[in-house]
Design a protein around this ligand. Structure first.
Ligand code: AMP
Length: 505
């Protein structure tokens, strides 16, 4: 009997190979043999704290290689890993702990006092998990339980057993816990190793948070499966990225990483000479960023599309044209269809809702059977809620979230189309187009623009009048200092809708 995900990712290979390093910290240089050793000891500590197969281990801990090994140890101990955004407040965390009912909750030592009463009341075992091998009093109580050595027998778990629950970032309503099985995670890692040609020679510069699917799974699992190495940075910092790009071969990022790197004059072709692959996802990459990055570095960023519930769905090709503004083709093993409001597939080139099916798609939402039913069709397709189209040559383009679609006077307006036209105007850095209540039209189109001050509302409206049908043209234009974004770089349109909701009242 095996443990599908743990053995699948780490079961074979050369244990003397480098696994992960934190630059400048000689105490944090791990080889694959250390991963076996440390995860065995962590797993023993989790079981000593009461973990039984299928129990959840919730963790709101600082990013570290040890935290990545906590995920692996939880899976190895038969548990279900539940990472939580480090920005969540105690009130938010209480919702997740109440909903997920974990056996164990690990938090940053500095937050322990804020959580003690709540975990006591809910009967959850609380441990602290800081940076290991720091001063004894700051490392955390979890490490006190970790034995010096452990002859640990990995707990067998099958492909259909849960390995993780990740709560969706959910900008509206309650966050939902996507239940990810061993098969979901392992199959997607296998697919990405093939699609992106990952190998034991790869060195991935890891700058993403590890409480989200992008950093925890997409940027980590394929590297481990291929036996490559991680350079682990605490977060995205342009100075550090510039410093370490010459030693890396792969970087995975969100679009804002690339715009921030482009702002640096020392981002050059020479700096990226050792790099093999840059990928982007979690939010749309502007075609302009794609082109600027290629001009500067010679690299065409590979844009891909996925979500917490489905892992990765589509990718631009490794070989072949990486087409700016598109998310490429469905990955092998992923069925993708685009359907209209009636649920029937639309014709090529037409916009509809994207639905996907495959081993990548989660098992549903934790303790929300009704929500699961709403978003999962009887033939196994998951309704992503994203709107997109597929061109005649197969490339998929995302045009936005369904809930961001604007319906004005009965006409559909896709914000991305209007944003694309606005972004191309002189002096505009970026924009977000939203719909807000309008007494005559139901919704009215509003544009929020970040720019250098050279445009005015009148000049923007004038420029758009010749480029967009009347119903797509914004009725009002507002200039703001920056677009509100979440940690993954997604624009929080609900914040803008709140702010400008009274525009036509
Ligand atoms: P999350 O579950 O936080 O990973 O968010 C998933 C959502 O991010 C998707 O449903 C899309 O709306 C969006 N997304 C992910 N990748 C892309 C991309 N390459 N282009 C546009 N939107 C994306």
């Amino acid at each position: 009997m095996t443990n599908t995900l743990f053995d699948g990712l780490l079961g074979g290979g050369d244990e003397s190979r480098a696994f992960a390093v934190i630059p400048g910290d000689p105490t944090r240089r791990y080889i694959y043999g250390d991963v076996q050793d440390v995860t065995a000891r962590f797993a023993a500590a989790l079981i000593e704290s009461g973990l039984k197969p299928g129990d959840r281990v919730a963790a709101q801990v600082p990013k570290s290689i040890e935290a990545l090994m906590l995920y692996l140890a939880t899976v190895r101990a038969g548990g279900v890993f539940l990472p939580l955004n480090t920005a969540y407040t105690p009130a938010e965390i209480e919702y997740f702990i109440g909903d997920a009912a974990p056996r164990i909750f690990l938090c940053d030592p500095k937050d322990a006092a804020a959580y003690r009463e709540m975990t006591g009341r809910l009967g959850v075992h609380l441990d602290t998990f800081g940076l290991w091998r720091n001063e004894a009093d700051s490392a955390g109580t979890f490490f006190d339980r970790v034995p010096d050595s452990a002859d640990f027998e990995t707990i067998p778990r099958g492909p259909g057993d849960l390995a993780a629950i990740l709560y969706t970032s959910g900008t509206t309503g309650r966050s939902k816990g996507a239940m990810l099985s061993h098969r979901n995670l392992l199959s997607n890692a296998e697919t990405l190793v093939e699609a992106w040609r990952m190998s034991g020679d790869d060195v991935l510069l890891h700058t993403l948070p590890i409480f989200h699917t992008h950093g925890l799974f997409v940027a980590s699992n394929p590297v481990m499966l291929a036996g490559g190495k991680l350079i682990f940075l605490g977060g995205f910092n342009a100075d550090a990225v510039i410093e370490h790009l010459p030693s890396a071969t792969v970087m995975m990022g969100v679009p804002t990483f690339y715009t921030r790197l482009l702002a640096r004059e020392d981002l050059t072709r020479d700096l990226c000479a050792n790099m093999r692959l840059f990928t982007s996802g979690s939010a749309p990459l502007l075609a302009e960023t794609h082109r600027a990055f290629e001009t500067r570095t010679g690299h065409r960023i590979l844009e891909r599309y996925g979500m917490t519930e489905t892992n990765m769905n589509t990718s631009n090709p490794y070989d072949g044209e990486r087409r700016a503004g598109t998310v490429g083709f469905p990955l092998p093993g992923v069925d993708l269809r685009i359907v209209g409001a009636d649920g029937a597939p639309v014709t090529e080139g037409e916009i509809g809702t994207i639905e996907v099916r495959g081993d990548n798609v989660c098992q549903g939402y934790w303790r929300m059977p009704e929500k699961t039913k709403e978003e999962m069709r009887s033939d196994g397709f998951f309704i992503t809620g994203d709107l997109g189209r597929r061109d005649t040559d197969g490339y998929v383009t995302i045009v936005g979230r369904g809930k961001d679609l604007i319906i004005t006077g009965g006409f559909n307006v896709y914000p991305k189309e209007v944003e694309g036209v606005i972004d191309a105007l002189d002096g505009v850095t970026e924009s977000a187009v939203i719909g807000v209540p309008h007494p005559d039209f139901g919704e009215g189109v509003v544009a929020c623009i970040v720019g250098n001050g050279s445009q005015t509302e009148a000049s923007v409206l004038d420029a758009l009048s010749s480029q967009l049908a009347k119903f797509k043209q914004p009725k009002r234009v507002f200039f703001i200092n920056e677009l509100p974004r979440n940690t993954m770089g997604k624009v929080k349109k609900n914040v803008l809708r709140d702010e400008f909701g009274e525009t036509f009242a």
